[in-house]
Ligand binder design. Structure first.
Ligand code: 0X9
Ligand code: ZN
Length: 305
């Protein structure tokens, strides 16, 4: 198996980042957007092919939730694919000719490290609270989108603890600050999770529809149908609230309300057989499916913007 067909420790991923930037100086820049609670760096890979300086951009994050290892693996897969198939594959070429892509491969490095050393099923970050013995907030409940209403918890011991206040966690604050700074150029937001095979869009904090609901629905429907056709796997699709559950404070809803009107959360393989413990031999298919959905949605965004 190649490097991309395995899971990698945090140290390995940091090393990969450096090496990828060093080997592709004209297409890859590494940007430090902040640091985690335990002071680990939050690095974003900016994929940019020279040509046109007035490109719009896509944001892609992986690893908000520590134990969803196929997520972090997807971001590495995506970067590798983009560098290898630019000018080979029609869709990725068109995407990179039109847009830069900002990739955050590990949004929750402290949690990810912890899943390698101590608890494979850790979800949250690893922040400490003075008034509780429990660690960590759910970074996907910590954004300022109907924060900590139904579907999140004020209890620091809960798996869906929303944190002390919106953006109380350095990891979510770093992402939010970066997107606020770049909101004019970022036209598409994608966040990668697992598992359950779903393509979701806002809202998750309310059952109300967004103003461009029909557009978003048509895009995930087309993407899910492509996956079905090419890989024979089914993905459910729809708003977060209707497809899984009400969940406030998520990055996708927050990005949407910031003005990034094409905002998605992908839940990758599988449907529960292995769950978070998806075996490495299944990485290629899981990532190729997600890649197909990503490209299909990005092409649609290009055609609409
Ligand atoms: O609950 C979540 O944060 C995501 N599911 S997971 O099993 N990976 O934890 C779904 C996120 C959907 N979007 C929002 N809730 N905003
Ligand atoms: Zn998740």
């Amino acid at each position: 198996p190649s490097y991309y067909e395995k899971y990698h420790s945090l140290e390995d991923i940091y090393h990969w980042l450096n090496k990828t930037a060093y080997e592709n100086p004209d297409r890859v820049k590494v940007i430090l957007i902040g640091s985690s609670f335990e002071k680990r760096p939050l690095y974003v890979v900016k994929l940019s092919v020279d040509s046109n300086p007035n490109k719009t951009a896509i944001w892609l994050d992986c690893g908000i939730h520590a134990r969803e290892w196929i997520s972090q693996a997807f971001c590495l897969w995506f970067v590798q694919y983009s560098l290898s198939y630019y000018q080979q594959n029609r869709d990725i070429t068109r995407i990179l000719d039109t847009m830069d892509v900002y990739v955050l491969p590990v949004m929750n490095p402290d949690g990810y490290k912890y899943t390698w050393t101590t608890d494979r099923f850790w979800r949250k970050n690893r922040s400490v609270r003075e008034d509780s013995r429990c660690f960590g907030a759910d970074l996907n409940r910590n954004f300022d989108a109907s924060w900590c209403t139904a579907g999140a918890s004020h209890d620091p011991c809960s798996e869906i603890y929303c944190g002390e206040f919106p953006e109380s966690e350095p990891e979510s604050r770093a992402v939010a600050s970066f997107l606020r700074k770049h909101k004019e150029v970022v036209k598409l937001y994608v966040s990668i999770h697992s598992y359950s095979q779903m393509l979701l869009f806002p809202y998750s904090y309310t059952r109300e529809r967004t103003e461009n609901h029909d557009d978003l629905l048509a895009m995930v429907k087309e993407a899910a149908h492509s996956i079905k056709r090419y890989y024979k796997n089914s993905y459910k699709y729809g708003t977060g609230a209707q497809t899984i559950y009400l969940a406030p404070g998520g990055s996708d809803d927050w990005a949407y309300n910031l003005g990034i009107k094409y905002s998605f959360t992908f839940e990758l393989q599988d449907k529960g057989r292995y769950g978070f413990l998806l075996p490495p031999y299944q990485i290629p298919k899981a990532c190729n499916e997600a890649l197909l959905a990503f490209k299909s949605i990005a092409i649609n965004v290009i055609e609409k913007t």
